[in-house]
Design a protein around this ligand. Structure first.
Ligand SMILES: Cc1cc2nc3c(=O)[nH]c(=O)nc-3n(C[C@H](O)[C@H](O)[C@H](O)COP(=O)(O)OP(=O)(O)OC[C@H]3O[C@@H](n4cnc5c(N)ncnc54)[C@H](O)[C@@H]3O)c2cc1C
Length: 395
């Protein structure tokens, strides 16, 4: 990669600092352009007989597509070679994923394993767990859901009450999760539970891999405003989980969960969910209208700014550790702007049930899932800018 800032600074006592005159090199290696072109052609071909959708990374389920993507080697492509991955650079995953999103690929079947569960198992899972789960993820043979949010614990993950109690060599899980995307099709749930009932809220939590076919699991779909029901309530009634399915540290998983959220927040999926819709619909816009023209200028620049922010995460050139909060805030508000623009540009047609109306009613979700914009702004204010902490309610 040639994307390197040159910030060498010469400091001489009593004189203004002098910065190196070398310019930042923004040249994009031709190999990445070639990879983007390959991915764009491939996704057109690989989805020609399938149902494509905007927001395909979250709502587009196609087993056929998952297998095609696995066959292409584009699930877990960055994972280390010794762990069964291809060891490709993160920036290549970025290039491929952007094209899959622009191609509206129905990739929800593999996106959670690829984006966060695989990486989390690589960081915290045992050798045995890595050998057990990573190959089937790579081959597109296992689907996963994330059991984090509960009816009384969304933004405040530490408030979860689903509990796992040890009984011999098993854990017994009881409780309820909500908004669990893909739970009905999932083979496995990456579940966050309370394992020490007496510990302080941020302590006493642990993470487990739970077989979604275990007795005692009940799943109820929740319909969203667009009529789709990709997310669910999931009830756990005396669900037995083998002790070897505990991931990482017992009673100390809060840091692991926060790391998982970093994977969730900083990627191109937070920017490009409805970008193809914009590209397809902008032809319909009345470009003589000054408001439309202003909004188009904002969207065209917004995409470039958001893309550069995502790239900083991908290239690990972020100025501070919580940068993904900044990226997600900017990028998901951008996606909402896109939805608003499309509604305006397309006009009365938005009243019909179609791709545009679906996105307009779905768009509020962008700034809620994966951590709300208000919470992320708290993180930016308190942890990045060092502003005084908001008063916490006394419990
Ligand atoms: C499309 C979609 C898919 C999802 N998929 C999953 C999934 O697969 N797995 C999963 O576990 N969860 C999932 N979620 C849940 C999501 O993570 C939560 O909705 C989110 O974390 C917010 O939690 P909540 O809904 O309980 O809202 P609450 O936490 O109750 O918040 C309600 C409102 O109060 C605000 N608020 C709360 N606390 C503060 C504060 N301290 N300061 C300022 N404002 C505050 C929030 O910003 C929000 O506006 C999904 C959500 C959506 C929309």
């Amino acid at each position: 990669m040639r994307l390197q800032a040159t910030t060498d600074c010469e400091r001489v006592e009593g004189k203004a600092p002098r910065y190196a005159q070398k310019a930042m090199d923004y040249t994009w290696p031709s190999e990445l352009d070639e990879l983007a072109a390959e991915a764009s052609d491939w996704v057109t071909d690989a989805t020609s007989d399938l149902f494509n959708t905007d927001d395909g990374w979250l709502v587009g389920y196609s087993d056929e597509f998952t297998l095609r993507l696995a066959d292409k080697g584009w699930i877990g492509m960055t994972w280390p070679i010794e762990k069964g991955g291809d060891g490709r650079p993160e920036v290549e995953r970025f290039v491929v994923t952007e094209q899959l999103l622009l191609g509206r690929a129905p990739m929800a079947g593999s996106f959670f394993p690829d984006r966060q569960i695989g990486p989390v198992l690589l960081s915290y899972g045992s050798e045995e767990q890595q050998e057990r789960f990573l190959p089937e993820m790579r081959q597109g043979r296992s689907k996963w859901c994330i059991g984090m949010s509960e009816p009384d614990a969304g933004s405040d993950v530490a408030a979860i009450s689903t509990k796992a109690i040890k009984d011999g060599d098993q854990w017994v899980v009881n409780g309820q999760k909500i908004w669990t995307s893909g739970a009905r099709t999932a083979d496995w749930c990456y579940l966050i539970c309370r394992t020490d009932l007496d510990a302080a809220p941020h302590k006493g939590m642990s993470e487990f891999v739970v077989d979604m076919r275990s007795p005692g699991i009940e799943i109820k779909p929740i319909k969203d405003a667009s009529g789709d029901a990709h997310f669910n309530e999931v009830f756990f009634n005396d669900v037995m989980v083998p002790e070897q399915n505990l991931v990482g540290e017992l009673n100390n998983s809060f840091g692991q969960t926060m790391r998982q959220l970093e994977h969730e927040r900083g990627g191109i999926d937070r920017l490009a969910s409805n970008q193809r819709l914009y590209l397809d619909m902008k032809e319909k816009a009345d470009t003589a209208d000054p408001i439309i023209r202003q909004q188009m200028a904002r969207i065209e620049t917004g995409y470039q700014i958001g893309r550069d922010m995502v790239l900083r995460n991908v290239l690990r050139q972020t100025p501070f550790p919580q940068y993904s909060a900044v990226t997600k805030t900017f990028c998901t508000e951008f996606e909402q702007e896109v939805a608003n623009f499309i509604g305006l540009a397309v006009g009365a047609e938005t009243m019909l049930v179609n791709r545009v109306s679906r996105n307009v009613v779905y768009a509020p979700a962008y700034t809620i899932m994966g951590g709300t914009t208000q919470i992320l702004r708290n993180i930016i204010g308190e942890r990045i800018l060092g502003l005084p902490r908001e008063p916490r309610p006394k419990s």
